[in-house]
Design a protein around this ligand. Sequence first.
Ligand code: FEO
Ligand code: CA
Ligand code: CA
Ligand code: CA
Length: 606
Amino acid sequence: MHHDDTPSNPTTTRPFEEIVAARLSRRSLLVGGVAAAALTLVPGGSVAGAARPANGAPGQAAKRSIGFTSIPLDGGPMPTVAPEYRMQTLIPWREKLDGSGESFAHGTFTWQEQERSVGIGHDGMWYFGDDRRGVLCLNNEFGDNTTVIGKAQPESADDVRLSQAAHGVTVVEVERTSTGWRMVGSPKNRRIHGNSPVAFSGPAAGSALLENGAENPFLGTLNNCANGHTPWGTYLTCEENFNGYFGARGSWTRTPEQARYGLSAGGFGYGWHLFDDRFDLSNPAYANEVNRFGWVVEVDPNRPQDAPVKRTALGRVKHEGATVVEGRGGRAVVYMGDDERFDYIYKFVSRSGWRSMRARGVHPLDEGTLYVARFDEDGTGEWLELSPANPALAGKALDWILVHTRLAADLVGATPMDRPEWVAVGDGEEVFCTLTNNTDRGKVGKPGADAANPLAPNPDGHIIRWVDADHHVGTTFEWDIFAIARDVEDEDGQMFGSPDGIWADPDGRVFVQTDGGQPQGANDQMLVADPVTAEFRRLFTGVVGGEVTGIAVTPDRRTMFVNVQHPGNGDPTLTNFPDDFTGADGPVPRDATVVLSRVDGGVVGS
Ligand code: FEO
Ligand code: CA
Ligand code: CA
Ligand code: CA
């Protein structure tokens, strides 16, 4: 909700009102037990059959059983969880990376301390390890100036550097002890932040579009929202609303490309450009600095000496997440949402199998094809190639396409969506994407309802689902709408709004997290859904003013990590989370990870 800025896609599509009614009636057939019928339409019936081998069969239903007690909505200062579960908090903002369990103090906090402690804005994450000990990679999306530096506007370069240090990624080794999980002192513990050295790779790496006048090094990753992880054991962190950190100190003429990415003279009010030339759009020495953000960035959790690598083949958008699945022939397939009103859903397919590419010394995310999705009203869709081989992009250089991906996608006729957020792959084939909301759909001059985005306006969001042809590597797909948030109800009424985080476990359970705008003004939450019956249960509720986001599990799935982001929006009179303090002048609330486990030791979600 902090990042709703002006939609920047000027594309308008013809309204599809005439097909919405048909679409909705088709949805009512698909949501529920008949969903499997859609799969029979997928080319290559054996692949589709393999996707959900036992849907509806008693054994599979037992595997994905959701046995916990659904809890009510909550508006309180601390999280709640289903009675069959326990929870603890872990790695709050400012905890030192040395494993001492201590945190740096709030009032005297410096950028040097922030570079040696957990960042703020806990968001996407993944866990690399065994059931007892491993490395947690955690995105630190953003922190308001008031919370981080104690004032609305920076007054010095040190203020800016503290804010920059709070962003990025936190990598920490954690272990389970007899009293719960804790951070351990480890050479793998590190912070990657707004001033960390980074590298570029892939087709646009040497592009003039990434050069600055001076020989400025590549520095920093910002607004690290959701994530992915690769089959070769690395972490993907995704740069979302990077535009908000840039501003113009002097006279600046916005290019059409910059307009499409929402750049403005004031940014989101961080004020970095006032003290750091890199973020000053009017400084010709840094004319292309903004093109260095908006990428999917790879981090090796076990090689702290390695700089993060920005993978240009995956395109430059406001990347929400990057969900990797192994497609036919061992290809690495990456599904990605671009979170902006009327923006698009993308897919990258590696040139060949990831194992053989690595054996040849080629990185699987450096060579392949990028596509953008068009959803047709008949329930089919097409992945449109984003390369000079597409006649709609004739004459465009590949580096231009990869750096200005949104503009390329406009040219090929992608479908403008209701803010694509996370993507989850369930049961091997079914792909889910949360479309968080879009209050602008249907406004004058904006696209109206269409089959894939059937509500205008759409204040509560929906979840779309598709199955790709050819085991994730084809160029066509079959889609339906899995859930429309306002229609999902329990005895207390609408269960959730603004779906954002989504993850499917190997048994087929779908975990949905929310960001803002809950029924009855309640706190953000995490629910678990059965993809066949579309039954939802509420497992966890967050903290007043805070968002629930990020999901990671141990291999046995008996431990789950989730995050509470911006608790109380930094206001200690609303909550002191994670400190359970009830006095009038308690500590400033801190973003933190929450560890969930079943009291009986069962799989989380069951
Ligand atoms: Fe960072 Fe779209 O949420
Ligand atoms: Ca957020
Ligand atoms: Ca999000
Ligand atoms: Ca969101």
